[in-house]
Design a protein around this ligand. Structure first.
Ligand code: IMP
Length: 428
């Protein structure tokens, strides 16, 4: 089974790094195919905690080749900072490969991200401010800078000129900021070229050859299904395809290579940034989930919005991504609750909707219809077999499975790599 995709089923921060770890030594390549340093994986190895934003989490596993593919937007300064920080902690990062077609986040993208958010006022998206949206906008507008442009000064200068031409008008006349010069951007980008050159590769060809040779290639989605630019809660989304289909376009492999799609889903729901969130809690239960689940952003440190599990969203994810297996994370966070509500459908202006409504306005009006499940109080963090979970925890998982559209193959019961209950082998 050569190509496997891991994506988030909700609004991100489901704990995808943990699912990646579960596949561990059987994976040869870990590919990031969308997003940039807006992501945040926290990976705990032994007593060490690593927070990665741009690099694929597979960089921490010895023997794995990490790949940043064409669908990613790369802030090169951040890339080097993350590589240096890992090297200082003894991690071997020498195998990293970066696609020559990936787009580059520059200073003007970061600036535009921040000023446009400010100008949106109450309507702002709550972006991470890392320049992600403006970089993807340039890519689609065909005025982007790609990694390969850094190796031809002449071409680079022409492209930066074309990009800045319009943007300086915007920055100066609309946003009241200073103009950015072509020279400063070109000098900045060229200063990265020598260090970057050995990492750059034709990653589509590299992955093709790996798959032909029967290697295991894991495609790790940044963000999550409900933040996908096409299938998420638009416009409160990120600017890339974070669903499973993005793995093919974002890396240059054929879609029929993908044999397994693993969706990571939290036992409750969180969201950072603005946008609809039907099961959001504004009372002490929401505070309780935030505190118990340490729900603060890895990238921005913002407190995450919290709410109960939303089964229609899980079913939607299952459908959009072609999910073969769910990994349910953070079940232990719910320990101690007397009852656990689960959203089974929505009431939209008096009409029951069993599926995620196709209309944005309907989704904004969706009021959850809950079913209550009895909780458990036993510490489950040491449990490794499903049968050893408290009966109510088992029933909670089986009920979610029946509502969510695909089997739940593994269950996270604590923060450590080993704190997981496996029901079905993810590579079987
Ligand atoms: P952007 O990706 O910075 O443009 O932000 C767009 C939206 O996606 C905002 O609501 C962010 O909070 C959200 N977002 C981006 N990356 C992540 C992530 O890794 N986890 C959760 N939310 C994210």
């Amino acid at each position: 089974m050569p190509a496997i995709v891991i994506i988030g089923a909700q609004w991100g921060d489901e704990g995808k790094g943990k699912a990646t770890d579960l596949l561990g030594s059987r994976i040869d390549y870990v590919v990031k195919f969308n997003g940039g340093n807006n992501a945040g994986h926290t990976v705990v190895v032994g007593n060490e905690k690593y927070a990665l934003h741009l690099l694929p989490s597979g960089i921490l596993t010895e023997g794995v080749t990490p790949v940043i593919a064409n669908g990613v937007v790369v802030d090169i300064e951040v890339l080097f900072e993350e590589l240096d920080a890992l090297t200082a902690r003894g991690v071997d990062v020498s195998r990293l490969k970066v696609s020559s077609n990936a787009h580059v986040i520059t200073q003007y993208h970061r600036t535009l991200d921040k000023v446009t958010e400010r100008f949106l006022g109450k309507r702002q998206i709550g972006t991470t401010g890392r320049g992600i949206g403006p970089t993807y906008a340039d890519k689609i507008n065909r005025v982007g800078i790609r990694i390969q442009d850094l190796f031809d000064e002449n071409i680079l200068r022409q492209k930066v000129e074309a990009a800045l031409d319009q943007k300086n008008h915007l920055l100066v006349k609309i946003y009241n900021r200073r103009a950015i010069t072509v020279d400063e951007i070109v000098a900045d980008l060229l200063s990265y070229a020598d260090r970057l050159r050995p990492m750059v590769a034709d990653t589509s060809l590299l992955l093709h050859e790996a798959l032909e040779a029967g290697k295991h290639v894991l495609f790790e989605g940044g963000q999550a299904t409900m933040l996908d630019v096409d299938h998420g809660t638009y416009p409160f989304v990120t600017s890339s395809n974070s669903t499973a289909g993005g793995a093919a376009t974002g890396s240059g492999i054929g879609p029929n290579r993908i044999e397994r799609v693993i969706a990571v889903v939290k036992a409750y729901t969180t969201r950072v940034g603005a946008g609809p969130f039907p099961t959001e809690l504004f009372d002490e239960s929401g505070e309780w989930l935030r505190a118990r689940g340490f729900e603060f952003g890895t990238t921005t440190g913002r407190p995450r919005r919290t709410g109960w599990y939303d089964a229609p969203i899980a079913r939607y994810s299952s459908r959009i991504n072609g999910v073969t297996d769910f990994v349910l994370t953070k079940l232990d966070t719910l320990t101690g609750l007397e009852t656990i509500p689960v959203c089974v459908a929505y009431d939209v202006d008096g009409v029951r909707h069993d599926e995620v409504p196709a209309s944005q306005s309907d989704f904004h009006h969706a009021v959850p219809i809950y079913q209550n499940f009895p909780g458990w109080s036993e510490d489950i963090s040491g449990v490794r077999r499903f049968e050893d979970l408290p009966k109510n925890a088992q029933d909670y998982v089986t009920a979610l499975e029946a509502m969510s559209g695909s089997r739940i193959s593994a269950i996270g019961v604590g923060p450590g790599r080993e704190a997981i209950v496996v029901r079905h082998d993810l590579l079987d």
